[in-house]
Design a protein around this ligand. Sequence first.
Ligand code: AMP
Length: 347
Amino acid sequence: MSFDSLDAIKDLDIYGLVHGTFEKAYANHDLVYSPNDNSETIDDKEAGMTWVVSIVDGLAQRPQNRPTEPGSNEEQTSDKVAETRKKDPFVKPEPELLIADNVLGDYRLILNKFPNSEDHFLLVTKEFVPQDSLLKPAEIQLIDVILHNLNSSPELKKTGSRFFAFFNSGPESGYSQFHKHMQFLKLPAHMPVYQSQLVATSDFFLPREVNLKKHPLFNKKATFKHFILKLKEEGYKNEEEQEMLLMMLYIYLVRRCMNTFVEEGIGREKFSYNFMMMDDWMMIVPRRHAHFETVWQNSLGYMGLFSAKNEEVRKKMTDIGFMNILEGCGFAQDEEEEKVIYNEYSY
Ligand code: AMP
């Protein structure tokens, strides 16, 4: 399957393709996945978030393939990167996992071999590109087009689910693979999305650091620093406008994130964040640590999704507290977060 242009992608049934490939791969045991309904949903009013906690057996088997360990001060040498590239699973993906072998010339869509839940898939670059590089304009636009396509699927709507996309970047962001990949995951049916609730009562605006009314939105009840921007509801005039606006918003969020690191006196080489996006919003979470004690964390926790590889880890998560984990892996919100103006010129 080949996706040759954004227009062609808009007309495809991407959800049908992903789900069909998933069912086949699952039936043929090409995935490390055992569906179970052990998940627990906790509606946490104090946090203004819903937690969905589950045990995902496949996580224990997920390989780690990155040049440096989180929490270490190891240097990312070219030798270490070369070592990682020898075991790169995305440069020649397993054929059974392929959803689309050619997306706009430079990308592929493949199933996640160790999915968190069914239909979990990845957008990967064909050639090796480091995960620590920024998203390109074409990539962010592609994510937006894929999300709109998926979430308007009548089949998906029947299930009451929506997809979101995420990108873990930087040594403390919690990634396990170093080859550039963006991910798409289906939320549990009818799960409330705090970001969608926040942007629903706001108009679209271009963020401005010097204007408090044009600052990103955030969940005041959460204690971890995060910045949310609404996306245009009424669609874009053309593809150029879509690409330009999405990129402006993303770069603004990245800059704010960099400023968080500068203010905390943390060096550039540690710059890490989780980026998440849906049809109606995008969000960034600056990340200080990839894990809290032994609890590993990437973008998913910041959506409210906690997956544990076994009962012991699930218990540990509950004992520490979901919000404590998220705050510990990120940065604490300021007392008057809405009034923080970052010094734009301090890099
Ligand atoms: P991250 O942990 O955010 O870096 O995401 C990388 C993802 O790649 C993980 O969720 C893994 O389950 C997935 N993965 C690892 N090896 C493979 C593979 N051979 N084919 C497809 N997906 C893989």
